[in-house]
Design a protein around this ligand. Structure first.
Ligand code: ZN
Length: 267
């Protein structure tokens, strides 16, 4: 806690300031925050203590066979009233999904957010209040990403370094801000248009037709019809021999590093 009025006029009130770990390294002790080491390219190169840190931040990992096909199902705009049913479906079958949550609705469904992580799924950011990042200032982009990341960390202890920009909209500025925050941007290769069609059968048919090895599938767990579709999609993909993996698992299984500021679309 900094002394009030010493750095800014008292009339400015309370401000939230975010620092990257690099910025505060050497100034504050890492242990104070119980922060795991960054998963940057440099760390991957170092490679020594990486396995150890992964065990802490990514629970319940299922062994992935890199030689067999895999799909990453991703869900935006939650957590919603339908998310728990989706988690139940995953539990009944196998595999994991990636949940891109909107920061300012997390407090409405804290238990669901905790369960996403404890069930072994990946949680990631989808901005604080679903703003199109390309229309914002650098500072506002940073706030959209970091306030959501801080909220997820506060609840789950997981540092979400993947984010999906709302509407998939990004430009060089968004990428550069993300890079400085050690954040990677995740778009998709299969768009179910589930928000538009609101029809379980259409979503099911789209995924079964278009999803192949390495696909990142865009869905929204905000809609009941999408979760209805998953009742069929999840067992059907498993029947076809697909492993249902998280986005981080997919990128690594395809032999790539998770690089800050990079945009991923699937394989
Ligand atoms: Zn969205």
């Amino acid at each position: 806690i900094l002394p009030q009025g010493q750095y800014l006029p008292m009339s400015d009130g309370t401000k939230t300031v975010y620092f990257s770990y690099e910025e505060i390294e050497g100034i504050v002790v890492k242990e104070l925050f119980n922060i795991e080491k960054e998963d940057t390219e440099e760390d991957v190169k170092e490679g020594q203590d990486k396995d150890e840190s992964e065990q802490v931040t990514e629970p319940d990992k299922i062994k992935i066979d890199k030689t067999k096909p895999m799909v990453a199902l991703t869900f935006d705009d939650g957590p919603s009233a339908h998310t728990d049913r989706l988690l139940d479906i995953f539990e009944r079958h196998s595999g994991h999904g990636t949940f891109f949550v909107v920061g300012n609705i997390i407090d409405n469904r804290k238990e669901t957010v905790k369960r996403i992580v404890s069930d072994g799924h990946e949680i990631a950011g989808h901005s604080w209040n679903h703003r199109q990042l390309t229309n914002l200032s650098d500072q506002d982009i940073k706030d959209q990403i970091m306030s959501t990341r801080a909220k997820i960390y506060e609840l789950t202890g997981y540092d979400a370094k993947l984010m999906r920009p709302p509407y998939g909209a990004y430009n060089d500025r968004v990428r550069s801000v993300a890079k400085n925050l050690s954040v990677s941007l995740i778009n998709w290769s299969v768009d179910t248009l589930d928000w538009k069609n609101r029809d379980a059968e259409t979503v099911y048919k789209c995924i079964m037709k278009e999803a192949d090895d390495g696909a990142i599938v865009l869905c929204h767990d905000l809609h009941k019809t999408t979760v209805d579709a998953m009742e069929k999609v999840i067992p059907a993909l498993i029947d076809k021999g697909y492993q249902l993996v998280t986005v981080s698992e997919l990128i690594r299984a395809k032999g790539e590093k998770i690089s800050a500021g990079k945009v991923y679309f699937g394989y």
